[in-house]
Design a protein around this ligand. Structure first.
Ligand code: CA
Length: 238
């Protein structure tokens, strides 16, 4: 069974969330502040975090940033205002999804399950691609990129990259077929497996963070080419 950490300071909302998740056979633990939530994550084993943006001690963005220092677990933001949504989607926080208050319990459970499935889909997707990745590796050597799918490690110009699951997925997808342009829909389908239709900007955000990580290692060449209004492709070094 999946264990969900609910970081929410309003008891009535936390109760509603837990009630809905328990009804869907999920285990829940509530933390009423950001500090409490981070402590819980250090002590326990969780599969997903539901994170309120407005917390008494620190905002959800800071909590998310701290979680991302050592974990790529799915984070589902709870937002109350549209300006918070813009920050969730626009910032390079690595949030996986968000849901707006007020939300229906059914919608919440559906989002939680989708995000849990995305993680397992990403994992099984790359397990299935193991053979394919090895076949492709000679061409990747010439681009100074070496992807080891079983261990999910990426060496770029001799340096190991620290990528989120989605950044890893996008990099593998693009680099396996250099020059081929992938639309955002295709990237969603291949990497997310369950397109939400409303999360195009998340792809741009992941591309942006992936690009900056590649650039931090080697800035003489940008291997990700943007095709405006179309999508992205991998550009090998000349
Ligand atoms: Ca709150």
């Amino acid at each position: 069974m999946n264990h969900i950490l609910v970081i929410e300071d309003e008891p009535s909302i936390a109760d509603n969330i837990c009630y809905a998740l328990k009804a869907a056979s999920l285990i829940t633990t509530v933390a009423a502040s950001g500090t409490d939530g981070l402590n819980q994550l250090n002590e326990g084993s969780y599969d997903l975090v539901i994170l309120d943006v407005g917390l008494p001690d620190m905002d959800g963005f800071e909590v998310c940033r701290q979680i991302r220092l050592n974990s790529q677990m799915p984070i589902l933001f709870l937002t109350a205002r549209s300006d918070e949504i813009d920050r969730v989607v626009g910032l390079e926080l690595g949030a996986d999804d968000y849901i707006c208050k007020p939300f229906s319990p059914r919608e919440l459970v559906a989002r939680v399950k989708t995000n849990l499935r995305r993680v397992s889909a990403v994992e099984s997707h790359f397990a299935n691609q193991e053979h394919h990745a090895q076949v492709q590796s000679p061409s990747n050597v010439t681009t100074n990129l070496a992807v080891d799918t079983p261990t999910r490690t990426v060496q770029y110009h001799g340096y190991e990259l620290d990528l989120t699951p989605y950044e890893f997925g996008i990099l593998v997808l693009l680099s396996q077929q250099p020059q081929r342009v992938f639309s955002r829909d295709e990237i969603l389908t291949h990497v997310w497996r369950e397109p939400t239709g409303s999360f195009d900007r998340a792809i741009d955000t992941h591309i942006k963070t992936l690009r900056s990580k590649l650039k931090a290692v080697y800035d003489a060449h940008d291997p990700i080419k943007t095709h405006r209004g179309v999508g992205y492709s991998w550009k090998s070094e000349a």
